[in-house]
Design a protein around this ligand. Structure first.
Ligand code: ZN
Ligand code: ZN
Ligand code: ZN
Length: 141
């Protein structure tokens, strides 16, 4: 594991500890595996990569990271829930439909537009989710 990844793992561990949750050795290994993936992952993949760690522990850790805003859930038309590490506050994603590569994207005009239309929504808007499906530069070639 390269130094940048170690720093990232430690920062996630600190976040969890700071939220009042404990970080067991299993949890640390799950976090390291997520960091190593460096992209999309599913709970099933992490479970398969770490056969010595119980499925429930993997699921609980992923749920916690999601609740802490440290990972995003990515909508892909598939049977699985895909996640990816989040590196910024509110953002959206581009998802390559060929290779599943994802990138974070911020569209301030979109955010403004949603706020502007909030009055047209009957009910209180609590969040929104948007993925832009693309064919990435590597896959166009
Ligand atoms: Zn994200
Ligand atoms: Zn691609
Ligand atoms: Zn948004």
């Amino acid at each position: 594991m390269v130094q940048d990844q170690v720093v990232l793992v430690n920062s996630i561990v600190d976040l969890i500890v700071g939220s009042g949750n404990s970080v067991t050795n299993s949890r640390r290994r799950i976090i390291a595996e997520i960091v190593r993936k460096n992209g999309l992952f599913t709970s099933e993949e992490i479970t398969k990569d770490l056969p010595n760690i119980g499925r429930a522990t993997v699921y609980r850790t992923i749920k916690l990271l999601y609740e802490l805003g440290r990972i995003c859930r990515i909508n892909i038309v598939d049977d699985h829930s895909y996640y990816a590490l989040s590196s910024s506050d509110h953002h959206h994603h581009t998802v390559c439909t060929e290779c599943n590569k994802i990138e974070e994207i911020n569209i301030s005009a979109l955010e403004k537009s949603i706020r502007k239309h909030e009055k047209d929504i009957s009910g209180e808007l609590v969040s929104h989710n948007l993925e832009l499906y693309i064919i990435c530069q590597d896959c166009i070639k």
